[in-house]
Design a protein around this ligand. Sequence first.
Ligand SMILES: [Zn+2]
Length: 373
Amino acid sequence: MPDQGKLTDIALKIRSVMLALDMGECVALSKIPYQQYEQADGNGKKRLLKAKLEDICRLAGVSMTENHRCLMHEGDDRPSMHLYPDRFYCFACQSSLDIFDLMKRLLDERSFEKRRRMAERWLVAREDEAAVAVTYASVVDTKSAELVAMIDRYGQPADANPYCTAYLRSRGITPETARRFGLLCYENPYTNDKFLAVPCGAKHYVVRVYANRSGNADKYRNAGEITLFQAQSWNACRDESVVFVTESSLCAIVLAQMNFQSVALNGVNYKRLLDASDVIARKKLKIVMLCDNEEVGLQCGVKCAEAIRKLPSPFEFLYHHKLFSPETVLTKHKDVNEAYVADPRQTEEALRKIEMFAQRREDEEYLPGCIAW
Ligand SMILES: [Zn+2]
């Protein structure tokens, strides 16, 4: 391995994604379909592999728009290296680095043939494998005392683990944010399945699998009741302010990273939101539900709105869903995490608009996609 001290920040990030891929870890990367790859000739195959650099860099959180400090020449204080879909190019020293060059430099693998085979293993779907992005096992919730004790004993800070860091980056979450919310990770030493544990209140974690190596890592799924993840507790919210409610805690964390107030249902069960109706109503909080852009998400928003109307102390509620919205960065993607990873600036702008709308600063002007109740 090259001396890590000499690698630039983006080189380290790309290297951590490459290592995760090499260990067969589950990072959200869509693969090259088997048929397409098999039918290509030698140069075509190389082109297909090279074109995956952009995906790898996206997972590593490397900007496509800003320049980076050159990986090849020293003292590049005014960054001159730019990322194109299939290579980095430095305007100062004219270096051009494709995926194979990066593998050589970052993993210190000198044989081109070995690098080519490695890239195939990372990036080409097997014959029997769908080429779509890996989907993660759904959120697993538990109140099992043994599991909590195990996490307390073996959990390590998520930001100290390169695989977990790569996974979190693929969800738009920085290591600083992971530290701020005390995210932990651990590995089952027998199966090598890797888990992320999100603290949700005292002695309670929501656990999700981020590398399901055994293919059978869902054994905690049925335990326990759902707990809210609160980036900001109800009582700490400013009176009359807007609070976003999401399905997943990782979405709520990305919102908090952008300095929005957020709470996660950890699923689509909104009972715990209703349980908090007294404090929400007393503080006149404005709840905005950001449903996932799927059928269950939409239903959750509608049902929750109906349930709130029947409460003794109803509160202000609106939900956002793609069926009522033109295509925007928020509706094009499955959830806030994916929108944020694709375009952080536009995502934040879209969310500020919704926040302003919920605050009624814009004279009740209609905002497409937002259903006020
Ligand atoms: Zn250079």
